[in-house]
Design a protein around this ligand. Structure first.
Ligand code: GDP
Length: 220
């Protein structure tokens, strides 16, 4: 691997309500719009988009469920045939885009090419994309797949927030130390990473606020 790649930061916000298990988007309408294999698909109406991506099994579905307070919301993304498509959820004023998880080692060559076409096409050319929530497992240093993906992210020039999942599996001491260690491994500032747990709700309210801030396009 070369030098860490620059990722423009997505604004990180702090939620007003205290941390808790209350889903920040629970009161908002959430409609599944469909699964689209073509990254150029136009959505009607045109709204800003916030994309979620990470390695398979990183906890993406659980996180989307925790944000929206809907159990099984993102289950569709794991069904066969839907793994090479972007799954689109409409909320009031924006779309959440669930991009398929990466895990380049296991995929066949054909699948890898299709995956790259979708995700690279989406990240580099999507005009309505306001920010990327990049999921990493808080327990581990970034994997080879994560670092390969980071190159693609950096090339895209999109605002990124690195979200570290499964924080409930860390000790308190690790919760204090892991974010900075992962930020250093990625070569990003400490405030570009956010620790979360879909299990306990840690960091979920703040993540919800960061997403709304990115969608509104407000300056920091
Ligand atoms: P996806 O493949 O990225 O959508 O990952 P899933 O949301 O399906 O989660 C993968 C596995 O990790 C499942 O067994 C989840 O129960 C577990 N998981 C996800 N989020 C958390 C979390 O915050 N805490 C814990 N302890 N487990 C989690």
């Amino acid at each position: 691997m070369g030098l860490p790649l620059y990722l423009p930061p997505m604004t990180r916000a702090v939620a007003k309500p205290p941390e808790g298990t209350i889903a920040p988007f629970a009161e908002l309408s959430v409609d599944f719009m469909g699964s689209y294999p073509d990254p150029a698909t136009r959505l009607e109406p045109e709204l800003p988009e916030l994309a979620f991506i990470g390695r398979s099994n990183v906890g993406k579905s659980s996180l989307l469920n925790a944000l929206t307070g809907r159990k099984g919301l993102a289950r569709v993304s794991a069904t066969p045939g839907k793994t090479q498509a972007m799954n689109v959820f409409r909320l009031p004023g924006f779309y959440l885009i669930d991009l398929p998880g990466y895990g380049f080692a296991k995929a066949s060559k054909v699948n890898r090419a299709a995956y790259r076409r979708l995700v690279e096409g989406y990240l580099t050319r999507r005009e309505t994309l306001a920010g990327v929530v990049w999921l990493l497992d808080s327990r581990h240093d970034p994997s080879k797949d994560d670092l390969v993906f980071q190159e693609l992210l950096a090339t895209s020039g999109r605002p990124v927030l690195a979200v570290l999942t499964k924080a409930d599996k860390l000790t308190r001491r690790e919760q204090a130390g892991r974010p900075a260690a992962i930020a250093a491994a990625l070569g990003v500032p400490d405030d570009q990473v956010q620790l979360v747990s879909a299990e306990t709700g840690l960091g979920i309210a703040d993540l919800g606020e960061s997403i709304l801030t990115a969608i509104r396009g407000e300056p920091e």
